[in-house]
Structure formats: C-alpha cells, structure tokens
Write a protein that binds this ligand. Structure first.
Ligand code: 57M
Length: 360
C-alpha cells in the first residue's frame, strides 16, 4: 500500500523514490513484522492463556516434554497476522504472485487452526485426520496451480536443478501434481520439525532469508541472466513477503526460544511450510528447497524411514525416536543444544544453496 501511496509523490518529495526499490521494501516489511510480533506477543500470549488455548502434550514423548503441558499454543495466528499486515503494507498490490503465496499461506493456516482447535477441544494430540489434512492441502495447491498454469500469462512449467543449468525438463500440465507434492511436502515437513523450542522457526528465518535473495534475483532480468537462473517477471515482489517472514520469524523466536512461552501450533507450522513451498514453485527454485529447507527434509525423512523400517522389521527402530530431533534428546542432548546445532546445520545449508548460484 505504501508503494502505491508514496512512490507517486517522489517527484515532489524526492526521498519517496526509495519506495520503488524492492530491497528497501523488503527491509521495511521485515522490520514491520518484527516489531508487530515483539509488541503484540505479550498481550496475545496472555490472551491464549486466559482462553486456555494450551498445548496438550503426548505422554509417549521424551520425559522432558511433560513439563510443557499447557504452554500457550496457536502463536502462529500472530505470525500470520504480522506477515499479512506487513506484506500488504509494503508490497505492490497488483502483483499476482504475492496474492498466490499469501493465499496458500493463509489457507494452510486455516487448516492448521482447525487441527489445533480439534486437539484443544478434545484435549488430545490427534486433531484433524491425516487424510482430511492432505485433501484440504491438495485442493489449495490445485487451485493455485491452475491459476498459475492456465490464467497467469507466462508461467513456466520447466523444472530447474541446482548446479545443472542446462537440464530443464518441461512437465507441462503435470507440473501441477509436482507443485502439490512440493507444497504439501514442505508444509508437513515443517509441521514435523516443530517439536522443540525454536526448532522450526530458526530454519524458517534462514530459509526465508535465502528465498528473499533468490526471489529478488529471479525477478531481475539482468542478474538472472548473468547467474543463469530462470527469469520470472514479477517474482521480485515475493522478496517482500520473504522479508515479512524473516521479521515475523525473529519476533516469534523472541518468545519461542527455550524455555518457550508460546508454541506456533499447526496454524503456524503448516502455513509456513506451505508458503515456503509455494515460493519455491513460483520463483522456479523447487529442487533447491531440498537444500535450503534441508533440516525440514531431514526431519520428514527420519519419520518416513522410522515408520517404514518399524513396519518392515516387525517393530525395530532406526532412530531412538523420530523425528530426528527426538533421537538426540534420547541420546541425552539438552533441548537448546539440539536446537542450536540444527540451526547451525540450517545456516550451512542456506550458504550451500547460495553457492549454487555460482557453481553452475
Ligand atoms: C507435529 N508436534 C509436536 C506444538 C507445535 C507420525 C509421527 C512422526 C507424527 C509425529 C507428530 O505427532 N507430529 C505432530 C509435531 C508438538 O508440538 C505441537 O505441534 C505444533 C506443530 N505441529 O507448534 O503446538 C510437541 O512438540 C513440542 N514442542 C516444543 N516446542 C515448540 O516450540 O517443545 C513444539 C513446539 C509439543 C511440545 O512437546 O507438545 C509433537 O512432537 O507432537 N509424532 C511425533 O513427532 C512423535 N514421534 C513418534 O511417535 N515417533 C515414533 C513413530 C515415528 C514410529 C517412533 O519414533 O517410534 C513424537 N512427538 C511426541 N511424542 N509429542 C514422540 C512422541
């Protein structure tokens, strides 16, 4: 909105020329979302406590988690509020890509909120059925994908691979099914990762920072050509959404850091994963998500391997407990140590993802 209100005045007030720059507006979005979270969270945490919207902790988990019973959850509502307000304040509102990413993020937030409410109402950790969640998630991507493929003028259905600039297979209409896989996979991977204080929000901030840079480059005709990455006209505005994700994530981390005063809930984790997945699809950096979001991938893979091996071996386990973060808890690592070490890995993966820009 500020872009539409203030940039046109730059002829009279030259300083307003700065509102044309995506870099400036991305930083503005990050700071706005950060301050919103920082200032509103204390009130919101009290609100959640008063309404008894507290975590129901499973008894079969690590013993250290029992003390987390009742910690206010659904803090993701405030994360989504800050991302939405900040994005709409700083973005070019005529950019359809931003509306697609925001739409998927909020839709996945609605799915997660319903799941959270079911758990809180029934006082158990079951919530929405896995099948129900998958159907609702798939519908969202099918709608978004149909818009991108059949309405948006020149959406590209070619895949792009890190390091391999010349391999760009065209999936054609099948690209929609690939998009469903990427977005749902990312959403559920973040959901599984959100099992320790700060564990999901840390890599979220790192992934959003990396995708902020990739979005800016993808939307820049000169830099994308120089770096030999797909040029996606209009993708630069997604950097502002990423900035809002970074700011909201840092603001939430202030209160989710160990010992957490609030959990994000499925409303937050499903939405964040869905948003990151949709961003990867739009800026044509889908496979790169496996590197940028490597922590999320590792966590999801640990569950798949654990459950698969458990069934095939008649009850044996690969890990002491899945997802992966619980394995280290069972080995005696304290929660903050597990979380910070996962952040370190996430930062290294983010740097590796940026390195693919030059190694092609
Ligand atoms: C998402 N949710 C946390 C919180 C957060 C198939 C199986 C692997 C599914 C998986 C599962 O239930 N995943 C659900 C993970 C939960 O966090 C809530 O959920 C939201 C995110 N969706 O925002 O509201 C618990 O995580 C802890 N937590 C923190 N700090 C945070 O900032 O400490 C969360 C956020 C919270 C809190 O204790 O209650 C979760 O873990 O449920 N199941 C599991 O992850 C379980 N693993 C398991 O069953 N492994 C078996 C299977 C694979 C065969 C095995 O390895 O043998 C573990 N989780 C729990 N108990 N709670 C272990 C058992």
């Amino acid at each position: 909105m500020l872009y539409h209100l203030l940039y046109p005045l730059h002829e009279t007030i030259s300083g307003f020329n700065v509102f044309r720059y995506i870099t400036f507006r991305s930083i503005g979005a990050a700071l706005t979302a950060f301050l919103l979270l920082l200032l509103v969270s204390p009130w919101f945490i009290r609100f959640l406590r008063d309404k008894q919207i507290g975590q129901v902790v499973r008894t079969d988990g690590p013993a250290s988690h029992i003390s987390k019973q009742g910690v206010p959850t659904m803090g993701g509502v405030l994360i989504l509020f800050a991302i939405t307000v900040s994005t709409l304040l700083w973005v070019d509102l005529t950019n359809s890509f931003v509306w697609v990413v925001l739409g998927i993020t909020l839709w996945y937030g609605v799915i997660g909120a319903y799941d959270d409410f079911q758990k809180i109402k029934k006082r158990n950790s079951k919530g929405l059925s896995a099948r129900g969640k998958l159907v609702f998630q798939a519908v969202g991507v099918l709608v978004a994908g149909s818009y991108l493929l059949f309405v948006h003028p020149d959406f590209d259905t070619h895949l792009s691979f890190p390091f391999l600039k010349d391999i760009r297979p065209d999936l054609g209409p099948w690209y929609i099914l690939f998009a469903v896989f990427v977005v749902i996979g990312a959403s559920n991977a973040v959901n599984l990762t959100d099992g320790l204080d700060g564990l999901a929000i840390g890599p979220t901030v790192i992934s959003s920072s990396v995708y902020l840079m990739f979005s800016y480059l993808a939307g820049h005709i000169g830099l994308s050509a120089y770096l030999q990455i797909p040029y996606v006209p209009g993708a630069g505005e997604i950097a502002i959404f990423c900035g809002a994700m970074v700011g909201a994530g840092l603001g939430f981390l202030w209160y989710n850091a160990f010992p957490a005063q609030v959990f994000m809930g499925d409303v937050g984790s499903l939405a964040i994963g869905g948003g990151l997945g949709m961003i990867a699809i739009i800026i044509k950096q889908e496979i790169l998500l496996a590197i940028v979001g490597g922590i999320f991938v590792m966590e999801a893979l640990s569950v798949i391997l654990q459950v698969g091996f458990f069934k095939l071996s008649g009850g044996k386990r690969i890990f002491l407990m899945a997802p992966f973060h619980h394995h280290f808890e069972k080995k005696g690592w304290h929660e903050p140590k597990v979380v910070v070490r996962f952040w370190i890995v996430s930062i290294v993966l983010g740097l590796a993802a940026l390195a693919t820009l030059k190694i092609r």
